[in-house]
Design a protein. Structure first.
Length: 249
């Protein structure tokens, strides 16, 4: 059953939550945590999956630009519908910095940072903020990070957003030097966070580590296991997010 955006309105006492992933495989892994199934809802240029529990699941696309555009579309549609989201979650798999975030572990971002938004100079990389523009970092609410860590067992640290995934030891070392608190890198968190900030909506980023950050080695990737960990994490997280939405935000 496919509904138009203005139909099938859903609110719960906990409010509505948007979960944005990059690709359908990640979205579908999150959907497995909702045993009552989902309903398709069409939005301009995209389709999301709506759960009976008040979650909308969106595969926004790969990279920060598509993540921002898709998230902004969903947030705007919900606001115009009169039932705005109360939380946006960036979720999916990621590369983990070793040994702090081993393959198979979960990472929750206490800082969502655009790691390659800026300029290369003779003296090294300069973030865009040092050039006098914009922002390069968003911080999820401390209480939300804390409860996510407690219920999922995720490791807490910075998650970097990159437009080009790391494939060499040299770049991995450079990122760790610039961002010593980083645990993982992915490609969408900052885009989701930028869209959420524009709408005044809190943001969370939760990642399951599928591969080490460093030399590109497809044999070391464990995508299936990471997707399974993502499903398990959301199964634990949903009640906690509902409580946070009601009492702590």
């Amino acid at each position: 059953m496919v509904l138009q955006a203005q139909e099938g309105r859903l609110t719960t006492s906990a409010g509505r939550i948007l979960v944005a992933t990059a690709v359908p495989a990640e979205r579908d892994a999150v959907a497995l945590a909702f045993p009552d199934g989902t309903t398709e809802v069409r939005l301009p240029g995209t389709t999301l999956l709506r759960t009976a529990a008040g979650y909308d699941l969106l595969a926004a696309g790969v990279g920060p630009a598509l993540a921002a555009a898709g998230t902004a579309t969903a947030l705007t549609a919900a606001a115009l519908d009169g039932h705005p989201y109360t939380l946006a979650v960036s979720a999916g798999i990621a590369g983990g910095f070793q040994p702090e975030a081993p393959v198979g572990s979960l990472v929750v971002a206490d800082e969502i940072t655009a790691a390659d938004l800026g300029a290369e100079t003779a003296d090294g990389f300069l973030p865009v903020t040092e050039l006098g523009f914009g922002t390069v970092s968003h911080r999820p609410p401390n209480s939300l990070v804390r409860v996510t860590t407690q219920v999922t067992g995720a490791r807490q640290g910075a998650v970097l957003t990159v437009s080009t995934t790391t494939g060499t030891a040299v770049r991995a070392a450079a990122l760790r030097t610039r961002h010593p608190g980083a645990l993982a890198e992915a490609m969408e968190g900052f885009g989701v966070a930028e869209a959420a900030a524009a709408h005044g909506v809190p943001v969370l980023e939760l990642r399951a580590v599928s591969n080490p950050v460093g030399p590109r080695d497809r044999a070391a990737w464990r995508i299936g296991a990471a997707l399974a960990a993502l499903t398990e994490a959301f199964g634990k997280l949903v009640p906690a997010l509902e409580s946070w939405n009601q009492h702590d935000q």
